[in-house]
Design a protein around this ligand. Structure first.
Ligand code: URA
Length: 191
C-alpha cells in the first residue's frame, strides 16, 4: 500500500512538471487524478476541463458531479474503492478534443497509473479513453454494454458524463447499466 502511495506521489510530481506536449504551455494545473491507491475501479476520462484545470482535480465540474453521483449511487453501497484519472493530464485549450500526438505523449502516465494501482477493472468514459484503451476505432455506442478482458486488463467502456448532460435520461440509463455490469464483474458474477 505505502509503496503505491510513494510511486504515485513521485509520478504526480513528475507529471506536474511535464513538457512532453504543447498543452503544458496553456495549462494552469496538471490533473494527475485522485482516489484510493488500491482502487478496484480506475475511472478514466478524456482530459481536464476548465474547472479541473483551475483546481488540479479530476471531474469536479458539472459533468464530473454527475459522474461522481452515478459512481456513488451504483458502486458506493458495495464499498467499491475508486481512483479517478484522465487519458490526458492537461487541459486542451477551450476544451477542444485532445490531438493524437497529445494522447501519445501522455498515455504512458496512464499505463503507469494502471500498473501501479492494478485495478480489477478500468471504466473508460467517453470515446477517447475507450478507443485508446481498447485500440479500436469503434465508438462508445458500439463498444459499451460489455467488459473486455485480454488476460491482463479488464476495460468497461461507457459514455462520458458530458454526453449524458447533452443526451438526457436515456444516456444516464446506459451509464447506469454499464456500472451495474462493473458491479457484477467485481462480484465475479460475470467474466
Ligand atoms: N471531462 C473529463 O474527461 N475529465 C475531467 O476531469 C473533466 C471533464
Amino acid at each position: 500500500m505505502s509503496d503505491k502511495v510513494t510511486t504515485l506521489g513521485a509520478m504526480e510530481k513528475e507529471v506536474s512538471s511535464c513538457t512532453r506536449c504543447p498543452l503544458h504551455e496553456s495549462r494552469t494545473h496538471t490533473v494527475f487524478g485522485e482516489g484510493a491507491v488500491d482502487a478496484d475501479v480506475l475511472v478514466v476520462g478524456e482530459a481536464p476541463g476548465k474547472d479541473e484545470d483551475i483546481s488540479g482535480r479530476p471531474f469536479v465540474g458539472r459533468s464530473g458531479r454527475l459522474l461522481r453521483d452515478l459512481l456513488n449511487e451504483n458502486l458506493g453501497e458495495s464499498g467499491v474503492d475508486i481512483f479517478i484519472a484522465n487519458l490526458v493530464k492537461c487541459r486542451p485549450p477551450n476544451n477542444r478534443n485532445p490531438e493524437s500526438t497529445e494522447i501519445e505523449a501522455c498515455v504512458g502516465y496512464l499505463y503507469r497509473q494502471i500498473e501501479t494501482i492494478s485495478p480489477k477493472v478500468v471504466l473508460a468514459v467517453g470515446a477517447f479513453a475507450a478507443k485508446t484503451l481498447l485500440s479500436t476505432k469503434l465508438g462508445v455506442g458500439a463498444l459499451r454494454g460489455q467488459i473486455y478482458y485480454d488476460g491482463k486488463l479488464a476495460v468497461a467502456p461507457s459514455f462520458h458524463p458530458a454526453a449524458a448532460l447533452r443526451g438526457g435520461p436515456s444516456v444516464v440509463t446506459k451509464i447506469r447499466a454499464d456500472l451495474a455490469l462493473v458491479n457484477l464483474f467485481l462480484k465475479g458474477e460475470i467474466q
